[in-house]
Design a protein around this ligand. Structure first.
Ligand code: NAD
Length: 513
């Protein structure tokens, strides 16, 4: 088997790539507005209650109308997944991995089409959507290979006259609850990691992006995944989500999303229910308040570019997005000025028209971000952006708020939008103190030429993913395993060598010879 290597990104400066992408956008546009059923054990089930998925950049455009599960259908899906587990868990790991490799090949063939769905349903600009698809392919290629490695088990030590081994076993039915912001990559990664390890899955996609998940179900079927291994049950987080998290037969919950929902799931899953004979595992990857620190001795152009692109890529709707710039007082004014100049060059508008930044995901996000901009006006100075417009879609201009105290709400709370907070510090010690002063610890960057400061950051900047002399977004599967500390979650390190163990139990076998 060829070694894993990440999927190349599309070069949109090439005319033929641009044309191919525009064709995909046209094709997908002609397919908008269709109905999508639940899929339980391969059976398509239509319900009266629906989720209407819209284009956040053009609110009157319906992407699809998706059937919504209720508790009864969630229970039916659970029973199906329990039954299917009894056959699926016996499949050899190699055959399970083959399905991931086939699915990766199918998505690779339909790459621009999947990107186009994300342009419409997720409001993703072209390059962001292309990166999302590449990451989904990477997860499948990487986890497939990791499963083959783990399948070899661990060669234990042994006394004379005994044989010892330790090997990994699937666990049971997992509830997979992804967010909307990487509607293909994270949803796919969370699903296939649970599946390749031999578990069966109840997939409750995010309510803003259920159509992309439905499209991925088509891929899994085409790749040969048996019916009932992944059951697609869109529904309300509080109804279907709570029901399945509480369910005594749920063996694990794999969640990525906000801190509020993640901590709620963690708490509920901890309660042992009547008839439950295990402790549920919970993987909960949550929010961030990610910082770029700029030192006195630094490449200031690199600093400004890193801040702007990490803050405003996909309108700041990445858990890794730069939402704070903590800058040495000697270079603060210059970095702020250059950041504003670079931000002035960003275009905002419908993602299908190749703008740098599209809308934010929905009305609730729009209102929340707009209210933080108002708070920013009280706490600091809005030096760029600040305008919001929801007439056609949920558009918010890239916004830079300067001169904030480290204790300001804008410096502490996750906004999850195109707003970056600037704060001035007197030296590198204070910069690290400020960088570490939130409840989150997901990503962070340091821009500096000072080797001693790099060594200090390496040791003391408390984040799951630390970057030196580059922005804090854009981790690549297998290259930068991803996950954070503190309230950013369980540090499961998606795309890393230990991730699959979250969904496996290790069994030790000893035989007297
Ligand atoms: P969210 O918490 O609102 O929703 C996440 C998922 O949980 C959705 O599928 C939602 O329907 C579901 N849900 C809601 N209530 C539920 C309940 N009571 N029980 C079970 N499920 C429920 O988050 P979001 O808005 O989709 O995503 C944005 C958040 O995700 C941000 O905080 C971001 O930082 C975080 N995020 C983290 C990572 C990471 O790897 N750490 C990656 C991406 C996003």
């Amino acid at each position: 088997m060829v070694p894993y290597k990440h999927e190349a990104l599309t070069d949109f400066s090439k005319e033929e790539n641009k044309k191919a992408f525009q064709e995909a956008l046209k094709k997908v546009e002609s397919e908008l507005g269709k109905k999508y059923d639940l899929i339980i054990g391969g059976e398509h089930i239509s319900t009266d209650e629906k989720i209407t998925s819209i284009n956040p950049g053009k609110k009157d455009q319906v992407i699809g109308v998706v059937s919504k599960a209720n508790k009864e259908l969630a229970e039916k899906a659970m029973q199906t997944a329990l039954e299917t587990f009894e056959t699926w868990r016996k499949w050899p790991a190699r055959l399970r991995a083959d399905i991931l490799f086939r699915a990766a090949a199918i998505v690779r063939r339909r790459k621009h089409e999947f990107s186009a769905w994300m342009v419409y349903e997720g409001g993703k600009p072209w390059a962001e959507a292309d990166g999302d698809v590449a990451e989904a392919i990477d997860f499948m290629e990487f986890y497939g290979r990791q499963m083959l490695r783990l399948d070899k088990g661990y060669e234990c030590l042994a006394e004379e006259g005994e044989h010892n081994e330790m090997y990994y076993k699937p666990m049971g039915v997992g509830v997979v609850i992804p967010p909307w912001n990487f509607p293909l990559a994270i949803m796919c990664g969370m699903t296939v990691s649970a599946v390749v390890t031999g578990n069966t899955v109840l997939l409750k996609p995010a309510s803003n992006t259920p159509v992309i998940a439905a499209k991925f179900m088509e891929v899994l079927e085409e790749a040969g995944l048996p019916a009932g291994v992944v059951n697609y049950i869109p529904g309300s987080g509080s109804e279907v989500g709570d029901y399945l998290v509480d369910h005594p037969k749920t063996r694990f919950v794999s969640f990525t999303g906000s801190r509020d929902v993640g901590t709620r799931i963690y708490e509920r899953a901890a309660k042992v229910q009547d008839g439950q004979v295990w402790l549920k595992r919970v993987v909960a990857e949550m929010g961030g308040k990610d910082t770029i620190v700029v030192d006195k001795d630094a490449d200031l152009e690199l600093a400004a570019e890193s801040i702007v692109y990490a803050a405003f890529g996909y309108a700041g709707q990445k858990c890794s997005a730069c939402s704070r710039a903590v800058i040495h007082e000697d270079v603060y004014d210059e970095v702020l000025k250059r950041s504003v100049e670079i931000a002035e060059g960003l275009t905002v508008g419908e993602p299908k028209d190749e703008n740098y930044m599209g809308p934010v995901i929905d009305k609730a996000a729009f209102d929340k971000i707009a209210s933080y901009i108002e708070i920013g006006k009280q706490e600091g100075k809005v030096v760029f952006g600040g305008e919001v417009d929801e007439s056609k879609g949920f558009y918010i201009q890239p916004t830079i708020v300067a001169d904030l105290s480290p204790e300001a709400r804008l410096m502490k709370e996750e906004i999850f939008g195109p707003v970056v907070a600037f704060s001035k510090v007197k030296d590198f010690d204070e910069a690290l103190d400020v960088a570490n002063n939130t409840d989150y610890a997901l990503t962070g960057s340091v821009i500096t030429r000072n080797r001693e400061h790099i060594a200090r950051a390496h040791r003391d900047f408390h984040v799951g993913n630390l970057y030196i002399n580059r922005g804090c977004t854009g981790s690549v599967v297998g290259y930068q395993p991803f996950g954070g500390f503190k309230m950013s979650g369980t540090d499961a390190k998606a795309g890393g060598p230990d991730y699959l163990q979250n969904f496996l139990e290790a069994k030790t076998y000893t035989e007297k010879l």
